[in-house]
Design a protein around this ligand. Structure first.
Ligand code: HPA
Length: 268
């Protein structure tokens, strides 16, 4: 079944220097792709449909900053009712296409009190609080090991290279933080956020961790970027809303695009 998706995509796209999964409200990078080939998920054999707001549901292949990229504009979440295994199907497809590098992005709540809405942060580590794992079920040793090592889930070397490149162009560096994933779709309570802060989380969201686990399983080097769209529940005396999340993500999309373009140009 996966061969069908792979053969279909190979017939539509060429070599890929890096794949990028775009998070909520961060899809505008898809408009910056030159010589773009747009492939709606609905046309790809065996692909899921994207139902979350702010997620377009298409692959976009083409050139960004002189490199060949495959963008996933719209990802899948467990709160949509998908099985963890199905969510990471595209990452397995990426591996079979020959992709070696993946940038995962998301909108996240800021737990670390010094973070500000609109801040972009590299993900240096993850805490899987969804208590689901995309590798549950039979394992094909040809795809990856039964018990994959997770001692370096995100590439520290890539974060350093990316930060050097950002510094060269913009004279600044991004902070790095630990991302905790919750199942959602309700946002967290203030007590949950206090707990997450105690256990070492800096950002919280409802995505990305399954894709990072799968990328480690199949041996794809991964860089993660969170856009802190709001302070997490209980930090400020105001309710959280999806509108705010999408508005803030949209408002930083220019900066997000500049930074991702630098990373693609200089490190991929
Ligand atoms: N919590 C969970 N997911 C999120 C948040 C949040 O505060 N902001 C954006 N995605």
């Amino acid at each position: 079944m996966i061969e069908e998706s792979v053969e279909f995509l190979k017939s539509r796209i060429g070599k890929v220097d890096v794949a990028v999964i775009l998070g909520s409200g961060l899809g505008k990078l898809a408009y910056e792709v030159e010589e773009a080939v747009r492939i709606p998920y609905s046309q790809i054999p065996n692909f899921l449909r994207s139902t979350a707001p702010g997620h377009a549901g298409e692959l976009v292949y083409g050139r960004v900053s002189g490199k060949y990229v495959l963008l996933m504009n719209g990802r899948f979440h467990m709160y949509e009712g998908y099985k963890p295994r199905d969510i990471v199907y595209p990452v397995e497809v990426m591996k079979m296409i020959g992709i070696k590098k993946l940038i995962v992005t998301n909108a996240a709540g800021g737990i670390k009190l010094s973070f500000k809405p609109g801040q972009l942060v590299f993900i240096k580590d993850i805490i899987n609080l969804s208590f689901r794992n995309p590798l549950i079920g039979p394992n094909d040793e040809k795809v990856g090991p039964r018990f994959p090592d997770m001692s370096s889930p995100l590439s520290t070397a890539w974060i350093e290279k990316a930060n050097d490149a950002i510094y060269e162009s913009m004279k600044e560096r991004l902070e790095s933080g630990t991302y905790a994933s919750m199942l959602g779709p309700s946002y967290e309570t203030p007590a949950e956020i206090r707990m997450l802060r105690k256990i070492g989380a800096d950002m919280v969201g409802m995505s990305t961790v399954p894709e990072i686990i799968k990328a480690n399983h199949v041996g794809i080097e991964t860089l993660g970027i969170s856009c802190v769209t709001n302070m997490a529940a209980g930090v400020l005396p105001q309710p959280l809303s999806e509108k705010e999340v999408l508005e803030v993500a949209n408002s930083v999309s220019k900066r997000f695009i500049s930074i991702v373009k630098i990373i693609i140009e200089k490190t991929c």
